[in-house]
Design a protein around this ligand. Structure first.
Ligand code: 5RP
Length: 232
């Protein structure tokens, strides 16, 4: 017997969705790629949410069997609401994934992590052979760092060490991301903090430089990943 939960049934996206018409266009496009039996890696953020709604509609209409591997609690809950069965990276490798991004540069390198889910998002992209990044035109930049800082997930006790090392490799501005809906900083799904870092220059080695700092769990820099970008 399934649960019947008002909490799950009444779930919706938690904020206004900026550029919703364009995001809806790429969401509908990605839904056309879903086939019976697919194991989907599901990214986080509002574009992924809209894509999930479009996919659920297609799955219901065409009676497809798919499974989803979510990258965040909000996406797991949304899959439950939509009746999309969940699985994990223990049991399955995704056939392909879709996800959003905050910035995409001409080399298809990305900044992600406005939603704080970059660790699982990077794990998913590293586990999946085919990766679609869904963006509206506002996400296209000439240079990474134009509109968004680089989010960095940090083990809490390492905060001051990571701060010192980030300044050493060129961070010009650092902010401990504040929570909304609770006092104090954001605590990630992995129990860590998020530093939002500004750099004047983000070179090709920056992702590795950040990752090599002890106490950094992951950053939202995705440089030279195997992705196809769908732009609306
Ligand atoms: C979450 C992400 C999102 O994919 C990114 O922030 C884009 O979000 P949206 O689709 O809401 O514009 O990386 O961690």
């Amino acid at each position: 017997m399934n649960w019947n939960s008002d909490l799950i049934n009444s779930l919706t996206w938690s904020a206004d969705i900026i550029n919703i018409e364009r995001k809806q266009k790429v969401a509908d496009e990605i839904a056309t790629k879903v086939k019976d039996g697919d194991i989907l890696g599901v990214g986080s953020g509002s574009t992924s949410y809209l894509a999930l709604l479009a996919i659920a509609k297609k799955v219901n209409e065409e009676k497809l069997n798919i499974k989803a591997i979510p990258t965040s609690i909000e996406i797991s809950l949304m899959c439950s609401k939509l009746g999309i069965p969940l699985t994990t990276l223990y049991e399955h490798r995704p056939d392909w994934l879709f996800d959003g991004a905050d910035e995409v540069d001409p080399d298809k390198s990305l900044i992600k992590g406005r939603g704080g889910a970059m660790f699982k998002e990077k794990l998913m992209i590293s586990s999946s052979p085919v990766n679609y990044i869904l963006v509206d035109e506002s996400k296209i930049v000439k240079k990474l760092g134009t509109n968004f800082p680089v989010p960095i997930e940090v083990f809490p006790q390492a905060l001051l060490h990571v701060e010192k090392e980030l300044r050493r490799i060129g961070a010009t501005g650092l902010m401990l991301r504040p929570a909304k809906g609770k006092d104090g900083p954001v605590i990630t799904e992995n129990g860590n903090l998020i530093l939002d870092a500004r750099f004047d220059e983000i070179d090709k080695g920056m992702e590795q430089k950040i990752k090599s700092i002890t106490g950094v769990i992951e950053s939202g820099l995705f440089i030279n990943y195997n992705i196809e970008v769908l732009i609306a």
